[in-house]
Design a protein around this ligand. Sequence first.
Ligand SMILES: [Zn+2]
Length: 433
Amino acid sequence: MPLGEIKELQEKKLRQQIDYIYNNSEFYHEKLKEWNIKPSNIKTIEDLRKIPYTSKTMERESFKEGKSVLGKNQTASTKDIIRIHSSSGTTGPPVYFGLTEADVETWSNCIARCFWTAGVRPSDVVMYGWGLSMFVGGIPVLDALRKIGCATIPAGAGIGSRRFLDIARDLRANVFGLTPSFARYLLEKVEDMGLDPKKDFNFEKFFAGAEPGMGEEHIRKEIKEGWGLESARETLGIGEMVTVLASECEQENGMHFMVPDLIITELIDPDTGEVIEWEHEAEGELVYTAIDRRATPLLRFRSRDYAKVWKDDCECGRTTTKVRVIGRTDDMLLYKGVNVFPTAVREMVGQFKPKVTGYVQIVLNEPGPKIEGTPTLEVEVSKDVEEGELDNLRNSIKEVLQSQLLFTPKIKFVPAGGIERSRYKADLVRVKS
Ligand SMILES: [Zn+2]
């Protein structure tokens, strides 16, 4: 569809969505009144700028305050909601999202459209390798792959790499979807097992998601050449809005926004909050507005993904802008495809007081947010902890970090007071000097 027609469609859906939200969301009804905005004031994408952003904190508040299962922003009745997913909840209480039958259908179509763009076809045998439990990248992805009609193997993330590889070999899977870190990890694992990734496996296509990485050409090259693939493409999504909303096409040079009929995307300056014009090579934080959502819709939701967008007369024929995420706007770290929040690490270690002081610092080999190699977690131990207790303490901390945060740093104990104090904001991360 030409961009002009897409905009017309988006604005028509935006007007309907604003009316729907105003009449059904207790949360936004109050907010819009407080902001002095009537639904009739929002007719175009430009008009959206009158509405303040919705942050994760506001989203969490809307959940806490309401009487409905999903809080004050539950816009569909509970009898119409058929599924609830959640965020990982590593920085605090998890956030829950609801889907009605219509939402599930829309998501399936939209996600399927993205995976088709990423190269998945009905004749494929697909190894699915993300988490299945609660995660929006679980069941909704399986629904979408079903829509495409490929043979999906729901291996999930929890079965272990050895089993994942055995199943892929047994069933001659030709497509796999994983985080880029996991695809790299498996490549090494295969080599350790004395197998040849090209001869002993049947993989032809790879689609990545849930962390940046494929945008770095050396990673794409490593995965593509290491496994001997025809294609290796990146996808992008956000739990609140939809599992996948952008995907690379056969050009493999940036992700097309693939669901403009579901989401309006804006770009803003993360510091000032000012809107950045949607121009070729513009950079900023991605902000999303749902325009076809029944259960828990959000307006101008700040993604915290900092991205570059560009217009490209793509040879594939798709008309939409392309995007690449550069990093998070806050200080989140990425480790083996999993988000690691320094404050969550501190919280986990803090459970071991009084043996520890509660002061920790993550020491990176290279500047973050993506952690290269194994980081070191410095943990301050209290003065009265004896030498003989340290091995047990180390194992207990490791176990908690691994099970709760999937974070597996090398743990280095330092004496009480060994980590520099800050009066303003704790420096939970530093780069090895
Ligand atoms: Zn394209």
